[in-house]
Design a protein around this ligand. Structure first.
Ligand code: HEC
Ligand code: HEC
Length: 142
């Protein structure tokens, strides 16, 4: 019985020791391990500006926010503005005919599956600084 009590006492001491240590511990993040990090800043999407292409084949960047546009198997809200005839009504650029070419090189009437998930290729930009320095130069500047 006595040894059992001592055993529990040691176990509790070890457990409390571990909690105390966790409080002082610093991880790779600068804050202590048991404190939440500050939320990262939310950057605004650049809208209404023509974003230049860096090379000839580049899918054009999206000059508007896309957060609220659903794209899944049943719905593609991008097409509600960029597919003809909506493109004329919404005054949005019509997606080019290359988006309609199937795996056999045939031009179809519906957007081909390999171009259905628009955000694979077309992304908006925000006003954030690059996370790491880079020396990328657009092909036009070479
Ligand atoms: C409410 C209508 C609307 C919806 C929905 C919409 N767009 Fe647009 N989009 C526009 C308009 C209008 C423009 C022309 C530029 C402008 O006015 O911002 C444009 C421009 C673009 C461009 C630039 C084309 C170029 O030649 O420079 C791309 C790329 C684009 N949109 C992609 C998308 C994608 C991807 C989605 C879905 C996530 C989407 N758009 C949803 C209206 C829309
Ligand atoms: C596999 C990559 C890819 C996907 C997916 C894709 N696009 Fe594109 N898109 C491109 C490329 C590359 C161009 C420029 C060359 C061209 O016209 O095909 C382009 C051009 C465009 C343009 C400009 C057309 C013009 O004549 O100025 C619009 C608008 C556009 N895409 C909208 C969309 C929408 C909406 C979707 C989703 C339904 C989509 N794209 C899916 C690669 C893609």
């Amino acid at each position: 019985m006595k040894t059992k009590i001592i055993g529990i006492a040691i176990a509790l001491a070890v457990a409390f020791g571990a909690v105390a240590n966790a409080a002082d511990m610093k991880g790779l993040r600068s804050s202590a391990a048991n404190e939440p990090d500050a939320a990262p800043p939310i950057h605004k999407v650049i809208e209404g500006v023509k974003l230049e292409r860096a090379y000839r084949q580049q899918p054009p960047l999206v000059p508007h926010n896309t957060d609220k546009y659903e794209i899944d198997v049943k719905v593609n809200q991008c097409l509600r503005c960029h597919e003809w005839p909506y493109s004329d009504q919404e005054k949005a650029p019509k997606i080019s005919d290359l988006h309609y070419i199937d795996g056999n090189g045939m031009r179809r009437d519906n957007v081909n599956g390999n171009r259905y998930f628009c955000k694979q290729c077309h992304v908006p930009q925000n006003d954030a600084k690059p996370l790491v320095e880079n020396h990328f130069q657009p092909a036009s500047a070479r």
